[in-house]
Write a protein that binds this ligand. Structure first.
Ligand code: AHR
Length: 322
């Protein structure tokens, strides 16, 4: 995927460096949009602040880049910046999370994950697990959310709210850990002080928060696992980073639903299509997988579609790119 005869300047506004997933997405962008591949990448780290991302977009416009790529921290608040880019004639491609706008013409295309489907698959797995293991009674859930207002938080949280209502699960508390390990640990410690005996499941909206939650459980002398009647607490996570899969294989994470951060190559193909005058799809979703070590649930069904659950192995972990 090398550009010939022309170097394209791409301004990329990254959210920050809050998680293993985020670091992997930055590496994917830097590896793909390299000088060798015919690109000049201007990378801006937004340090978890929307105002920094808005400033970066303005600078990219001033620099006259060929494309702007935006991974938006939250869904709202982008209209003016994207309008400025459009008026300057610079195509904007949104990656990973989505933006909510009245005028969808303000960006060219979006490429990322179906966060609602990820959440639905995680909840379908929990429902099947509780049935299979006959542990479906009185399910108290601690819900550790990602950054409020981000697509990843909205999709995964809405899936849990709907599944809890449909299955009679009790969400004891929904609290944000901002997708960060230390905050995941902090909110779990506080919740354990308040609801220790009632928590059966902790639904963490990414791996790093799950690592923090698991630390908190272990320090409190509680085992993360699937034997709920034996006092273990079941941890659900998202991303499927290498360490997340190692924890899944060890049984510390019961199910880990993938979120793919390696969007550089697909994004470059999309840009090349635009350069070649092709029409591109407005919304481009990734296919993602789901991993567990619990063998009785080998597939889940969401809206009449069946999705396999991969039983995590050493080989899968070895091949993991992030
Ligand atoms: O937007 C993707 C989410 O953001 C990932 O789940 C998380 O790890 C990241 O920080």
């Amino acid at each position: 995927m090398v550009l010939r005869g022309k170097q394209l300047t791409v301004g990329f506004s990254q959210i920050g460096a809050e998680s293993d997933w985020r670091l992997a997405s930055s590496v994917s962008m830097e590896d793909t949009f390299s000088i060798d591949n015919g690109y000049n990448l201007i990378f801006d780290n937004g340090q978890q602040k929307q105002e920094n991302q808005i400033k970066a977009i303005r600078e990219f416009i001033d620099q006259g880049v060929d494309y702007i790529v935006l991974d938006p921290i939250v869904e709202t608040g982008w209209t003016s910046s994207l309008r400025e880019a459009k008026e300057a004639g610079i195509p904007v491609i949104i990656v990973d999370r989505e933006v909510r706008l009245d005028d969808e013409d303000l960006y060219t295309a979006w490429l990322g994950s179906d966060f609602r489907l990820e959440g639905d698959r995680a909840c379908a797995w929990l429902k099947d697990f509780l049935q299979e293991s006959r542990q479906g009674e009185d399910i108290g859930i601690l819900h550790v959310q990602g950054t409020p207002g981000s697509s990843a938080q909205i999709g995964r949280s809405e899936a849990l709210f709907d599944a809890a209502e449909a299955n009679g699960w009790n969400i004891l508390q929904s609290v944000s850990g901002d997708f960060v390990q230390a905050k995941g640990k902090e909110v779990a410690e506080a919740a354990l002080r308040e609801y220790a005996d009632r928590i059966k499941v902790i639904y963490c909206e990414n791996d790093n928060m799950a690592y923090g939650v698991i630390e908190a459980l272990q320090e409190a002398g509680i085992r993360p696992g699937t034997n709920l009647s034996g006092g273990e607490i079941l941890v659900i996570s998202f991303d499927s980073a290498r360490k997340g899969l190692e924890y899944t294989m060890e049984g510390k994470i019961a199910v880990d639903t993938e979120c793919n951060p390696m969007y550089g190559p697909a994004l470059s193909r999309l840009i090349l299509d635009l350069e070649n005058g092709k029409t591109v799809e407005k919304k481009n979703y990734y296919d993602e997988e789901q991993f567990s070590a619990y063998e009785p649930v080998l597939a889940v069904t969401v809206e009449q579609k069946e999705y396999p659950v991969m039983i995590v192995s050493e080989d899968i972990i070895r091949e993991r790119a992030y």
